[in-house]
Design a protein around this ligand. Sequence first.
Ligand SMILES: Cc1cc2nc3c(=O)[nH]c(=O)nc-3n(C[C@H](O)[C@H](O)[C@H](O)COP(=O)(O)OP(=O)(O)OC[C@H]3O[C@@H](n4cnc5c(N)ncnc54)[C@H](O)[C@@H]3O)c2cc1C
Length: 310
Amino acid sequence: MFRNLARPLYKPRHLYKNCVPAERSTLHLRGHSLYFRPNTLSEAVHALAASGGQILAGGTDFFPSLVDRPPTASVVDISGLHELKGVIRDAKHIRIGGLTTWTEIIKTQLPRCFDALKLAAREIGGIQIQNRGTVAGNLCNASPAADSVPPLLALDAEVELVSHSGTRRMPLTQFILGNRKTQRQPDEILSQVLIPRGIENAASTFLKLGVRRYLVISIAMVAVVIEKDSAARVRQARVSVGSCSVVARRLFELERDLIGAPIVGLGACANAAHLNNLSPIGDVRATAAYRRDAALKLVQRVLDSCAGTA
Ligand SMILES: Cc1cc2nc3c(=O)[nH]c(=O)nc-3n(C[C@H](O)[C@H](O)[C@H](O)COP(=O)(O)OP(=O)(O)OC[C@H]3O[C@@H](n4cnc5c(N)ncnc54)[C@H](O)[C@@H]3O)c2cc1C
């Protein structure tokens, strides 16, 4: 009975036809707001375009952001899209499905260069959050303190966005524009994150500083990927810092200065000038000056620790 009451007259019929019976129902949230739970990406992009709704994945950012209010728009719950879960490899990329959870990232066997991402995954909330929270949710929420962004930047990640009118890709460096701002259009779903192959054997690590050791929002965090040559010198280096600017940043000048440096004592190569493109703010967690000092110390420590395993 409730299902009939909830079914709107103006919705395209195929949205219901394509869903299995248990998910066919829609719930009135407020006014004409509706709840959809499609089973395929194709159904999801059509439901999104037709309803103009908000995407719900693991809900670990979505629900806290509502505080105690109901959603004001329709909700397209994409958690049933199995095609967006897990990690697959092809000749050019390692592809992380947008709905892959942090627990899956931790449990999946991945090349060494993903160690930083795995370490970040272990620091995202507690185990319950890691079981629900997804890679795409962390990126699309676009918090300056999102822990996955520095490791994914250091992996030169690209994102793929799918809508009813097509698919586009862009580097992660271009996708996140600011605090809670991305290039994603309202009708687009972040379907996968693509990591170019070729640096699988590089060492990588991640370090996060918070006001306590676990279950904390970052004051600063750093991810590093280092590849050495046969003479134990740096062949390739990638360093990124999060929570110290509105969007996490790669330190390209430092990366250039590291090329050819001996692996031993790498941390000493980093100095305050290398952090000039950061613009930390002062807030309840730390002052801007503390963040800048802490970021430099973290960069130096992460370089030393990563070099030790390279
Ligand atoms: C107690 C707690 C602790 C936390 N600790 C941390 C932490 O330490 N570090 C950290 O980085 N984060 C933390 N988070 C935030 C959160 O868990 C992560 O950002 C998580 O990865 C979000 O994923 P989700 O699937 O739950 O996203 P959701 O909440 O479902 O969605 C988040 C946003 O992204 C959009 N979205 C989701 N998936 C897609 C998609 N595929 N395509 C397009 N848009 C999409 C949604 O519309 C929404 O705007 C914490 C959250 C809580 C509640």
